[in-house]
Design a protein around this ligand. Structure first.
Ligand SMILES: Nc1ncnc2c1ncn2[C@@H]1O[C@H](COP(=O)(O)OP(=O)(O)O)[C@@H](O)[C@H]1O
Ligand SMILES: CC(=O)N[C@@H](CCC(=O)OP(=O)(O)O)C(=O)O
Length: 300
């Protein structure tokens, strides 16, 4: 980290109890396309994930790639549009989504992890029957799927072998038909099925903002009830809605905390997990759970 030695020593002494608490625990991290567009930060984010793995925390990475899919659809002259934050996915679009996410973005991330000194295995839902999909049943959005089941055994085996699983949000149904699933949704369901300690969504805003135009209006701590209210009252809009919804679902299924933070800000992942104050929005099941069970001074 680029900081003076005193600050570094403070961070290290603060981080140690968190590292001890989370050792052996699974942390599911979703690296969104909006954050990944900061090419210069990608290697740094992935180095931080390798660091977590080196100290004994078990990161599982789910990646997005919406902007990269858009750019390839444009190159191929295939028009695209979104309904409720979900890409309308016909047969031709599905083919491009799978090629870009599974063939390109996934392998780039695996390579960057390897260059950072870690070892990663790239998978999509089809591999090892990891995720089975089903249609959302909305004709107007085509092959957009939802998770029908998850088989976490392969992920557990990889984690036990010190590998970092890197997962694309493409999965097939019982007939082999591919579906395009929102990557936040996949991350939330995986976190629940792996009994993860944390679900972390890296995006392009500091977290949930009271005013999306004002980056200083960060909501630092929120429980499920308040998170629902932020959606109902329209504070949380657009692409932030599926994020908050999947955090709520993961918390309701036993994940202890969910975090939304800016993946483009230096070392945001480590600062969020390993310091008392954190840098993003932390979502917890209830206000009570915010005060118990965390290492450090419990300031958040
Ligand atoms: N209350 C809010 N706080 C923060 N961001 C918000 C809020 N409401 C809507 N947003 C929007 O949500 C976007 C993040 O969603 P999205 O673009 O889908 O990201 P990703 O590619 O990481 O999945 C932000 O860039 C912001 O424009
Ligand atoms: C159904 C749906 O919308 N799928 C997404 C999958 C990728 C994704 O979620 O990427 P981000 O995290 O970068 O948004 C898409 O096609 O863009």
């Amino acid at each position: 980290m680029q900081c003076d030695p005193l600050t570094r020593a403070q961070i290290l002494s603060e981080a140690l109890p968190y590292i001890q608490q989370y050792q052996g625990r699974v942390v599911v991290i979703k690296y969104g396309g909006a954050a990944m567009v900061h090419q210069e930060r990608r290697a740094e984010v992935l180095r931080d994930i390798v660091f977590l793995s080196c100290v004994g925390i078990r990161p599982v990475l789910v990646h997005g790639g919406g902007p990269e899919i858009n750019s390839w659809l444009q190159k191929l002259d295939i028009p695209f549009k979104f309904v409720d934050g979900l890409r309308v996915t016909d047969g031709a679009t599905m083919e491009v989504v799978e090629m870009v996410l599974v063939g390109k973005v996934n392998k780039q991330i695996v390579q960057l992890i390897s260059l950072a000194g870690g070892s990663a295995v790239g998978l999509c839902g089809r591999d090892g029957n990891l995720i089975k999909a089903r249609s959302q049943g909305r004709a107007e959005i085509g092959f957009v799927g939802e998770v029908s089941s998850i088989n976490p055994n392969l992920i557990q085996t990889l984690l036990e072998g010190g590998q970092i699983p890197v997962i694309s949000s493409v999965a097939a149904d019982e007939t082999g038909q591919a579906y395009n699933i929102n990557a936040d949704t996949v991350a939330g369901e995986l976190a629940a099925s792996l009994g993860a300690e944390k679900l972390i969504l890296l995006t392009d805003t500091p977290g949930i903002l009271r005013d999306p135009q004002d980056r200083s209006s960060l909501v630092t701590l929120v429980d499920i009830e308040t998170a629902r209210r932020l959606i109902q009252t329209g504070v949380v809009k657009g692409g932030m809605i599926p994020k908050v919804q999947c955090c709520i679902r993961a918390l309701a299924q036993g994940v202890r905390a969910a975090h939304i933070l800016d993946g483009g800000s230096p070392h945001s992942l480590l600062l969020e997990i390993l310091t008392d104050a954190g840098v993003g929005t932390k979502l917890v099941p209830s206000q009570y759970s915010a005060q118990v069970g965390e290492a450090g001074n419990g300031s958040r």
